[in-house]
Design a protein around this ligand. Structure first.
Ligand code: FAD
Length: 497
């Protein structure tokens, strides 16, 4: 029997597992797939952990207090005690991790997602420094899930682990070094409860059903329910399981349901970390950000938002009308027929054209005709006129630090680039997400709380299994991972006590 059972192996799970094992608690990680890392391994590895030494070393203007001001300006009015817990804990967590030679972080210049008091210019996110595969023990390196563009075609990882892969590789290596146990192929289906206390989990394995017992507690960190279409519909999460970014077939929400079944409170169930998703020939969607040119139009061929908005904000604009799903990014040939944006993965333009997820035409009129985008020509004409003046009079594209981060246009406003070089393309976009963020409500110790408001003994949650402390807000890069890691850390502190 172990002291701690961790369910799932994303960023929160692996940091929690590492901290528990490092503190002397024997810990087992149960992961349903045969790879470690989940969506977290796909991620850029940005961690929003304000006030840390990493930011001070980088000399950026940042402090816990400026981050607090930023969040206070953006969250609904009122007290947010878990936000205070998060802000207090974040620098401590970074210091604790950096005390271990296997962890090393650096500042990641990437603008925050709102222009609000307390915003740090070019952001305050940090990321794990890249690590070479052969610098990690072979067992750890071989278990890390490959980046999304390789994973989806069944190819292996790269020699250099960056972003989320580095986070997972480093925490897994440290966990295994300290004697931790990883059990892949363990699909957890429920909790074992005795005398009102969670004492373990039930799992199905290739060898049949088992119980895995925990002396001290269970940390549920198995993602959200983004991969479960029935639950999405029931709970009103826009988008579609097929378009979500979680590894296929994972993150079905069993742990959230199992928690609710033993009396846990749940919240935010209609929420996700949203993004525009490039429609793929296989029916999937690809997280897309950093539009450099083109206009995004609805079923009528009309723009409806600033295409350069931070991805969650753009996704929420898409969700406002069925006319916007699908949308079409209409772009020209200035990049040689490639998508003028970062899509993970982009796919092959010729395959898109053959599958009809992209349409190419010599004129905008023909493109509009083929897709029924009635107002497309007028939309592009109006947009191209904004390029000359440098002012997007409709949606203010290019007026924010974030808008111009990826942009490189030649005019007065770098985010405005004419759509005028034939042939023209229309790429279909759907509403994707990086995970749902509604789930089990936790307290300041990461303990799952019952509908009556009391902690459920032995049960902790983090990451997208827990209800996000940010509610519907996605304020800055790295908030999903940063909050997951902090509350996993809080849970371990409580377990150690
Ligand atoms: P996951 O990382 O998905 O981990 C869940 C794990 O649990 C999976 O391995 C899954 O197989 C396993 N599991 C599920 N159910 C069970 C079960 N019943 N039993 C056992 N195991 C189970 N966020 C950031 O903060 N910073 C970024 O830079 C960033 N970049 C991103 C880039 C991309 C391309 C994508 C797709 C996402 C990005 N995100 C980023 C979002 C972030 O990666 C996710 O929201 C977050 O990692 C989810 O963490 P999680 O631990 O909740 O879930």
């Amino acid at each position: 029997m172990h002291d701690v059972v961790v369910v799932g192996s994303g960023g929160g799970a692996m940091i929690g597992a590492y901290l528990a094992q490092h503190a002397g608690l024997s810990t087992v990680v149960l992961e349903r797939t045969d790879l470690v890392g989940g969506t977290s391994a796909y991620s850029g590895g940005a961690c929003w952990l304000p006030g840390s030494d990493v930011q001070q070393r980088a000399g950026i203007g940042d402090s816990t207090e400026s981050a607090r001001a930023f969040l206070e300006a953006l969250l609904p009015p009122g007290d947010h005690p878990l936000v205070d817990t998060f802000l207090d804990e974040a620098p401590r967590l970074v210091a604790a991790l950096e005390a271990d030679e296997l962890f090393d972080f650096e500042w990641l210049p990437f603008p925050e997602y709102f222009d609000a008091p307390g915003r740090a210019t070019m952001g305050r996110s940090i990321q794990p420094v890249n690590v070479k595969r052969d610098e990690l023990p072979a067992e750890a390196a071989s278990l890390v899930r490959p980046p999304v563009e390789r994973d989806r075609v069944g190819a292996g990882g790269r020699n250099t682990l960056s972003g989320g892969q580095s986070l997972i590789g480093r925490s897994l290596a440290a966990f295994l070094r300290d004697g931790g146990t990883v059990r892949t192929g363990h699909h957890v289906t429920g909790f074992v409860v005795e005398d009102g206390r969670v004492v373990g989990v039930e799992a199905t394995t290739p060898d049949g059903p088992i119980e895995v017992r925990a002396r001290l507690g269970v940390l549920a960190a198995a993602g959200g329910f983004e991969g479960n279409q029935a639950l999405r519909e029931e709970r009103g999460v826009p988008g579609d399981a097929e378009w979500s970014m979680a590894p296929r077939g994972t993150n079905q929400g069993e742990l959230i349901d199992a928690g609710a079944a033993i009396g846990a409170r749940v919240a935010n169930l209609d929420q996700g970390w949203f993004c525009p998703g490039l429609a793929q020939p296989d029916g999937g969607g690809s997280f897309t950000l950093g539009f450099r040119s083109g206009v995004m139009v609805d079923a009528n061929g009309r723009r409806y938002a600033n295409e350069c908005l931070p991805y969650d904000r753009f996704g929420r604009e898409m969700a406002k009308s069925p006319d916007r799903i699908p949308s079409y990014l209409v772009f020209d040939s200035r990049e040689g027929g490639r998508l003028p944006a970062i899509a993970m993965p982009e796919g092959d333009p010729e395959e898109h054209l053959a599958a009809g997820t992209w349409v190419r035409a010599d004129t905008l009129a023909e493109l509009a005709d083929r897709l029924g985008l009635a107002d497309l020509e007028a939309t592009v004409k109006r947009f191209n006129a904004f390029v000359d003046t440098g002012v997007d009079e409709d949606f203010g594209r290019g007026s924010d630090e974030y808008d111009v981060f990826f942009a490189g246009g030649p005019g007065p406003n770098k985010a405005l680039v004419e759509v005028d070089q034939p042939p023209f393309y229309a790429a279909r976009f759907v509403l994707s997400d990086l995970g749902t963020k509604g789930g089990l409500v936790t307290d300041e110790h990461g303990r799952v709380v019952s509908t009556g408001g009391e902690p459920i003994p032995g049960l902790y949650a983090a990451g997208n299994t827990a209800a996000s402390i940010m509610g519907a807000l996605y304020p800055a890069p790295g908030v999903p991972l940063g909050t997951a890691m902090v509350f996993a850390s809080r849970a371990v502190q409580h377990l150690v006590e």
